[in-house]
Write a protein that binds this ligand. Sequence first.
Ligand SMILES: [Fe+2]
Ligand SMILES: [Fe+2]
Length: 207
Amino acid sequence: MSSEDRTVSPAAGGAEAGGTEDGRPKAAPGTYLPGDLDREARLARMLRVDHAGEYGARRIYEGQLAVLGRSAAGPTIRHMHEQEAKHLETFERLIVENRVRPTALQPVWHIAGFALGAATALMGEKAAMACTVAVEEVIDEHYARQAEQLEEDQAELKETIETFRAEELEHRDIGLEHGAEETAGYETLSGAIKAGSRLAIWLSERF
Ligand SMILES: [Fe+2]
Ligand SMILES: [Fe+2]
């Protein structure tokens, strides 16, 4: 794309101070740059997939709690569920503030997340923990990549993502401490859950 295509000159209406008619803050003089639309689209995609991911994570833990809520692992799973609920709340606020539509696949993640949590929990506490480890490893990679892509003036979002990423890693460690790797067929189970999680990320970014 050529830079002439996107550059808006101050004379063309980009430079007056104050808000625009639709109430959105107006760019300061000289801040309309080629690529701004791409940046907005990139941010929307990020917020959409993160919102979807945290939604799915909360549902996974709800599925686990439905099966293991009263077991010895209950309080541990409940702790992780509470953190996911806070992550989700944050992204719910951010998609509203940034006028980003949530993924159209939310009803799918509602069912698939719960089913994944419940199914692994039915295989036992260790399999549930293996599910947590696999999902959190994928989310860790995902958040690390996003944090790298964010620009200097997006420091607040970057900090949020880094905070959540640290908590996802805490969940992974909890899973490992609770014997995730002792699950029968751990590598296969983990590989399948990771592949599914990556597919869910890919889909939620686009739909
Ligand atoms: Fe989370
Ligand atoms: Fe998590």
